[in-house]
Design a protein around this ligand. Structure first.
Ligand code: TYM
Length: 327
């Protein structure tokens, strides 16, 4: 049986990078896999969060899942904090992961750089992420490129645990789409598109309105060559726009290149904005319809129950294997 587990942190306004690298994959994969899509709120609090905002953002991520096409009848959608086994297995995994391994995680290096102090949970975060995945015996984990290192550590931990304590966990595979797994900033194609960029025009938010999206794409940096061609090495900015176009239109990059052959960037950028708007508008409409609904909370409750049934069994198995007295 193929099983998928993945999630998006409720730590900032969702941008189209998260959609491209993660969410759009969830929608496709739920047709073929037994699916668990969660909201990693316990991960969000590894950096300071405003409690009121965190509550709202957690619902927002759930609403984005549903609005983008995650079907709660097929997939379990739930909050990490509602399934206690995450924190419990997270602790057990902390006892297995090495300090040196955690020290090598690039996300920790990026997020702690230049800060006077960071929480110890930011450092041990990958142990909790491993627990998230291993609890469900997930065979596949769809993520963007930036999470690859964490999934690889999860594989190492699962293998180590199985060797030490006997076969307990499925060793999961990351699923990273070739196109759209690393959407870059619109103002600098060497940086990942991220809400932490102070330049608001550098990212497109899932809730940006049409006028804002048009303005942001019109300002996107390109190059002086004036040809719409995919060449990430020599034309990183245009290649990034082509990836966005491909993800949002569902067309292959060579088809798009052909359409704009011999043309400059003006028309391409204008039409790219329309492609993104066409995809986002229905998502935004459904998002607004469900964000404050009782139905959303019911989906989360139901999802947590379905998730806990599996997660509780796994954590019990892991504890027993480790010699924790369970009765
Ligand atoms: P997070 O919340 O930072 O990002 C959510 C997902 O979106 C992808 N992503 C991107 N993909 C392409 N281009 C971008 N610019 C971009 N920005 C974000 C991320 O790779 C990710 O797949 N640690 C995880 C959350 C997590 C998780 C898990 C994921 C916790 N436990 C278990 C999978 C399985 C994170 O911080 O992702």
């Amino acid at each position: 049986m193929k099983r998928v587990l993945s999630g998006i942190k409720p730590s900032g306004d969702l941008n189209i990078g998260g959609y491209s690298g993660a969410l759009q994959q969830y929608i496709k994969m739920q047709e073929e896999y037994e699916s668990f899509f969660f909201i990693p709120d316990l991960h969000a609090i590894t950096v300071p969060q405003d409690p009121k905002e965190l509550r709202h953002r957690s619902k927002e991520i759930a609403a984005f899942y549903i609005a983008a096409g995650v079907n709660p009848k097929k997939s379990a959608v739930f909050l990490q904090s509602q399934v206690a086994a995450h924190a419990e297995l997270g602790w057990l995994m902390e006892t297995q992961v090495h300090f040196g391994e955690l020290s090598r995680m690039t996300q920790f290096k990026d997020k702690s750089e230049g800060k006077d102090s960071v929480s110890s949970a930011l450092f041990t975060y990958p142990a909790l992420m491993a627990a998230d995945i291993l609890l469900y015996q997930a065979t596949h984990v769809p993520v963007g490129e930036d999470q690859k290192q964490h999934v690889e550590l999860t594989r190492d931990l699962a293998t180590r645990f199985n060797n030490r304590f006997g076969e307990t966990f499925v060793v999961p595979e990351p699923i990273i789409e070739e196109t759209g797994c690393r959407i870059m900033s619109l103002d600098d194609p060497t940086k990942k598109m991220s809400k932490s960029n102070p330049n608001k025009s550098s990212y497109i938010l899932m809730l940006d309105d049409a006028a804002t999206i048009r303005k942001k794409f019109s300002r996107a940096v390109t190059d002086s060559e004036m040809s719409v061609r995919y060449d990430p090495e020599n034309k990183p900015a245009v290649s990034n726009l082509l990836e966005v176009y491909s993800v949002f239109s569902g067309e292959e990059i060579p088809v798009i290149e052909k359409r704009y052959e011999g043309q400059g960037y003006g028309g391409f950028k204008k039409e790219l904005a329309e492609v993104v708007i066409a995809k986002l508008e229905p998502i935004q409409k459904t998002f607004h319809e469900i964000i404050d609904s009782e139905e959303l909370l019911t989906i989360l409750k139901d999802g947590a129950e379905r998730a806990a049934a599996i997660a509780d069994e796994t954590v019990r198995k892991a504890k027993t294997a480790m010699g924790i007295l369970t009765f």
